[in-house]
Design a protein around this ligand. Sequence first.
Ligand SMILES: [Zn+2]
Length: 277
Amino acid sequence: MHPLLHPQPSNETHPVSDFNPESTSAGLSAFEQEVRRIAAAPERFAHPRRPFTARGSFVERCTGCRLPTQSCICTYRTPVDAGVEFWVLMHIEEVNKPTNTARLIGDTLPSTRVFAWQRTQPPQALLEALQDPRYYPLIIFPDDQADYQHRVTSWPQVEAKLEGRIPVFLLLDGTWRQARKMFRQSAYLQDLPVLPVHSERTTRYQLRKPASEQHLCTAEVGIALLEMAAQTEAAQVLEQYFTVFNEGYGAARRQASADLNQAQAWLLAYQAQQAQA
Ligand SMILES: [Zn+2]
């Protein structure tokens, strides 16, 4: 039995004003541990980052998933294997936000890596990873501007060129404005092929107001990419986990829905089945 399949939900909570990002690293995904390491080292970054003080900053939060205690999703974290990897280039202003959904990808696919983005300091670890011959990195971005059309590719074209390399989906994680800035201002991204996500889905994300229904949150982009790459099982697990997160967090603000109970039951059944295999 994989120990991560049965994470112990933490009952320990404290107000976010006392939140020590490094206090409880045991049992967290490698992704989440790295996000907390970034958040705990403000001297490495040019901008002083504000602590999380938006709506809900005084509620009791789980130290594992950072959600309000009654919406804790730690029990539902379900790691799966996939034949693709995600690397997340996270805008520095995202690291303290409990509404960030890239961490759902990190929880579900343990190989997921995260790098902090800031304009003046390229992330050294990412520069090295981009040179690693085992990987075929693709930057996930819309194909709607004329000046980089020569870089735009499609999944069938990628598959034909892999030659045994692992496809990597590099996600620009921030607001739409920030993502555009990251795409334009990062010289080390200028040679990467651009893979757009053309998905039929409209966003279900409730925790931030999207500019349009076609603007998917980061976890939803992840689900669409896993579907595109025919990683069906990983796509299903991430989809259910996103539902638990989205509906559960939303339930703190309104009535819990049937969707939530269904997704919770799905993940627990899946974990039980994996434990028997
Ligand atoms: Zn939790």
